[in-house]
Ligand binder design. Structure first.
Ligand code: SAM
Length: 472
């Protein structure tokens, strides 16, 4: 029985509701009046239900798809402007006891080189990341109760926040580790994490169980209810996602939106972010063995319809996608991207030779952070290293309320410009610095409020003179 307010996985992610939604979308996608009505509703910027979103996803006539893309772009600009938040993953350990068939960390893989960073090695990785200009990290680790217990993750977070190297600082540590207990989520919250991220991989229970044959992750309910426990543990920014390519995109698209609806209905706050990874080639994983690969044009539609369905949720794309794919997706609703990423353990200090591979998957965008920043500037997106909301306590429903009221735009643009200015001063190459300074000069004029504009110019001048870490 489908019940978005239930805390039982198979009730808030209802298999029969997903199947009947897919059926409904198939039967009605050529009903012009119905589709127009849904697009009209979406123009109120209040989002869509999973049924309405599934209907739009099923539309394939070019004119409707163009309308969906243009609305997604409009919604993105309304809530997020042209800011793109930058982050990098930091892989702590690839020891893992699970048997996930799509992930090379699986316990039976004997070819991947196993590695776990010591606190000293973490320090070196973080200094390398700070020297690139990063301010936000996403911690990644395999699940291994002995090698990577929660104490190791907590100690690593403490180490990361403590490192002050030149003008560098990691100001927000997001964490992507295996589903855990309420008590452990509370400890993560107390350690000052930003978002707790966990991908569902697939919402299809039967397929989930086949893809996760062994290890703690094989428990569908425990994994699917993780965000409930995270919220009960006091973490109010959670990031969900599916690994597209494991099950049919239709099934997981609907499941993802039902999960968002469940969190909103039960805790009054939807997911802070949605990630849309696609399955990649990896050490002993061949994507050809998976039959549900999502073609590029369908993937664009997925991103655009998610943007329309949940206008207030950040959307993340990683370096699993190529520069070309990322360029297109930025126009359709993506708000955060990683740059200069390494998916190997210790990869920021030592680029590893292929034969000593410890990487989780092959990335498609190999550019440095500076190249990514330049590319964003050329495309007229504002590269932002902002962490202000989290540091001002604007998380969970406080963040969502501000965003929904459009108020966040009063401080987001200046905050993005302050952090871009820091990047330009401390890390950018000369051509990137020139392009970035020109953008800041241009955009300063766009701050509508006189007081905010003059305060912003004052802060930017102070950053120019060497002071750091200003925010509204
Ligand atoms: N171990 C944690 C867990 O079980 O959720 C999370 C960390 S794992 C390093 C991060 C994510 O990488 C996984 O949730 C999965 O979606 C993704 N991943 C695994 N194998 C992948 C592959 N071959 N291609 C792309 N992404 C992959």
């Amino acid at each position: 029985m489908y019940n978005p307010k239930s805390t039982s996985a198979t009730e808030f992610i209802s298999d029969s509701e997903i199947r009947s939604t897919i059926e409904y979308a198939r039967e009605n996608c050529n009903n012009r009046a119905l589709v127009d009505g849904v697009i009209e509703k979406a123009r109120n910027f209040k989002g869509l239900s999973h049924r309405e979103a599934a209907l739009l996803l099923e539309c394939s006539d070019p004119e409707t798809v163009e309308r969906i893309y243009s609305l997604a772009n409009e919604i993105k600009h309304r809530f997020y402007g042209n800011r793109i938040v930058m982050f990098a993953p930091l892989y702590l350990s690839n020891y893992c006891v699970n048997g996930c068939v799509y992930c090379p960390y699986h316990a039976k893989n004997r070819t991947i080189r196993r590695k776990k960073l010591t606190q000293e090695e973490i320090r070196a990785e973080v200094i390398a990341l700070q020297d690139m200009g990063h301010k936000r990290l996403a911690l990644e680790a395999g699940e291994h109760p002995l090698k990577n217990p929660i104490e190791y993750i907590l100690e690593s977070i403490k180490t990361i926040y403590s490192i002050k190297h030149k003008n560098g600082a990691i100001r927000r540590v997001n964490v992507n580790i295996a589903a855990t207990t309420v008590e452990n989520y509370r400890r993560l919250r107390d350690a000052g994490i930003g978002t707790y991220i966990l991908f569902q991989e697939t919402y299809n229970k039967a397929n989930y169980e086949a893809l996760h044959p062994t290890g703690p992750k094989s428990d569908y309910a425990y994994h699917t209810e993780a965000m409930d426990r995270a919220m009960q543990g006091g973490i109010d920014d959670v990031g969900i996602g599916v690994l597209f390519g494991l099950d049919t995109y239709r099934y997981d698209f609907v499941g993802l939106l039902m999960h968002a609806e469940h969190l909103e209905a039960t805790y009054g706050v939807g997911p802070h972010t949605i990630s849309v990874p696609r399955l990649c080639q990896a050490d002993d994983v061949d994507t050809a063995d998976f039959k549900n690969a999502v073609p590029d044009d369908v993937f664009c539609k997925i991103v655009a319809v998610i943007r329309i369905a949940v206008p207030y949720t950040g959307m993340i794309i990683s370096t699993r996608e190529s520069a070309k794919s990322r360029e297109r997706l930025l126009e359709l609703g993506i708000t955060q991207i990683s740059g200069g990423s390494r998916t190997s353990v210790g990869g920021y200090v030592n680029e590893e030779a292929p034969e000593e591979n410890s990487a989780q998957f092959d990335i498609a965008d190999h550019r440095s952070l500076d190249e990514v920043v330049e590319w964003l500037l050329d495309l007229n997106h504002i590269p932002s290293f902002c962490t202000a909301c989290y540091r001002e306590g604007r998380t969970g429903d406080r963040f969502m309320t501000l965003l929904k009221n459009g108020q966040i735009s009063n401080c987001c643009l200046p905050n993005a410009l302050f952090t871009l200015k820091e990047y330009l001063k401390d890390y950018a190459s000369p051509p990137v610095r020139a392009k970035g300074d020109a953008m800041i000069k241009r955009l300063l004029e766009d701050i509508p409020n006189d007081r905010a504009r003059s305060k912003a110019s004052e802060y930017l001048e102070k950053i120019e003179q060497g002071e750091r870490d200003f925010r509204f």
